[in-house]
Write a protein that binds this ligand. Structure first.
Ligand code: HEC
Ligand code: HEC
Ligand code: HEC
Length: 346
């Protein structure tokens, strides 16, 4: 068979051009959401396995001792759990969506020898995000990690927390978790148009069920799943209880409304509080006095607090309102806000 070099090079050139065209047309899929083709996946793993097998030849593991576990678990919590998850917490959502996803360590230890695990942890895996050990010449540390990975399937959540040195019943930092929730759900931030629901005063059972449904995906929400991804189960229960018992700042309870009504209509002379109705929501009053009826309670509370503190500011008559608010207690403010929020605006 004679080779026609001209034809072959033309064909190769055409192939290369087609490849470039393919990429230029946007047909090369770089979306991490769709995953590799099976064959790509298989091939990449095969390459990795072969490479790790060869590199690990002749490595002799030391004897594993329990003393290796605390340092390895502590480092695992800081350096590995953020991608792989831990016996205490699943990996963060962002890590689960990496390609390839960092595998669950329960499924890992069976498929590699000690020497191979050493090789992976010591040098990392190129093109995957799996990093190398952060210091050279510390094979002892790497072996401790291998000992930990071997024991991993037998380590439950409490043992892990004890080994790694953080409290057995809490997420890494409960105060910070709560701050995250409040960042979105705080009653003060929510108005009538809010797409974020109010949690205060909701039943504990409903809150707990909702949280578990977000975590399991039975109620899909990327926002809530990410928010909960680093929150331990004990803490989810604690949050449900906490929000269920949180008094509704704008809860309309009868006594509060009554009290607000009395104060609004009569004021309290002894404490220097004028009747609000002298100025507000009265036909024929100065049109510079705003309507309060039907305004949301959190908003009213907030404004009254600001007036009381002298920081509300406003139009030309704002000063008289600042005076009217100076004598108000926190309870007064809640009651007045509750009362006015129940009235309908006409
Ligand atoms: C930035 C994310 C990231 C961090 C941090 C990380 N890994 Fe990985 N790791 C990965 C990814 C991604 C893979 C998958 C590589 C693959 O499938 O080819 C992986 C693979 C592994 C594997 C091989 C599993 C297998 O069967 O393919 C081991 C073992 C491992 N990691 C241990 C660790 C340890 C121990 C640490 C902490 C010292 C750590 N990893 C830190 C992302 C990470
Ligand atoms: C980035 C904003 C954000 C953060 C942070 C956040 N949430 Fe949410 N949360 C939402 C949104 C938006 C929804 C509505 C989800 C939907 O549309 O299904 C929601 C829904 C909920 C629900 C369901 C309420 C109902 O009435 O059905 C609960 C319970 C909840 N969140 C609790 C929490 C807790 C506890 C935290 C803290 C760990 C938290 N959220 C953090 C935005 C957030
Ligand atoms: C002497 C008249 C006067 C009295 C009495 C008075 N207010 Fe006001 N109030 C005003 C004026 C004027 C403003 C508008 C300030 C501005 O320019 O923003 C105002 C504003 C407000 C606002 C802000 C409304 C908004 O939409 O931002 C609230 C809330 C309020 N008053 C509540 C009360 C309550 C509750 C009382 C009774 C304890 C009361 N006021 C008594 C004159 C009065």
């Amino acid at each position: 068979m004679t080779l026609d070099w001209k034809r072959i090079s033309a064909a190769l050139l055409a192939l290369a051009a087609a490849g470039v065209l393919f990429a230029w047309a946007g047909l090369l899929d770089v979306r991490a959401s769709t995953g590799h083709w099976r064959v790509t996946d298989w091939f990449l793993h095969w390459v990795m396995r072969s490479s790790v097998r060869t590199a690990s030849l002749g490595k002799e593991p030391p004897a594993f001792t329990p003393a290796m576990l605390p340092l390895a678990a502590g480092h695992y919590e800081i350096g590995c759990a953020g991608c792989h998850g831990s016996p205490a917490l699943p990996p963060p959502v962002a890590a689960q969506n990496m390609l390839p996803p960092p595998p669950d360590m329960n499924e890992v230890s069976g498929s590699w020898s000690d020497a191979e695990l050493f090789e992976i942890v010591r040098h990392g895996v190129r093109y995957t995000g799996m990093p190398a050990w952060p210091a050279p010449n510390r094979d002892d540390e790497v072996w401790a990690m291998v000992a930990f990975l071997r024991a991993y399937p037998q380590i439950d959540s409490d043992t892990y927390r004890r080994l790694a040195g953080f409290s057995a019943t809490q997420s890494r930092d409960f105060a910070r978790v709560l701050q995250t929730c409040e960042g979105c759900h705080s009653s003060e931030r929510l108005d009538r148009d809010s797409l974020i629901p109010r949690l205060s005063g909701q039943s504990e059972a409903y809150l707990r069920d909702s949280l578990e449904a977000f975590v399991s995906g039975r109620r899909p929400s990327g926002v809530m799943r990410a928010a909960l991804s680093q929150v331990a189960q004990e803490d989810r229960q604690k949050l449900a209880m906490l929000y269920a018992n949180q008094p509704l700042t704008d809860q309309i309870d009868g006594t509060s409304v009554e009290r607000g009504k009395t104060l609004a209509q009569l004021g309290d002379r002894e404490r220097g509080i004028p009747a609000c109705t002298a100025c507000h929501d009265r036909t024929g009053a100065n049109p510079a006095y705003p309507q309060l009826a039907g305004q949301s309670a959190p908003y009213l509370q907030n404004q009254l607090r600001l007036f009381k503190a002298g920081t509300r500011g406003g139009g030309p008559f704002a000063e008289i309102m600042t005076k009217a608010a100076t004598g108000l207690s926190i309870e007064d403010i809640k009651a007045l806000a509750a009362y006015y929020s129940t009235l309908s605006r006409n």
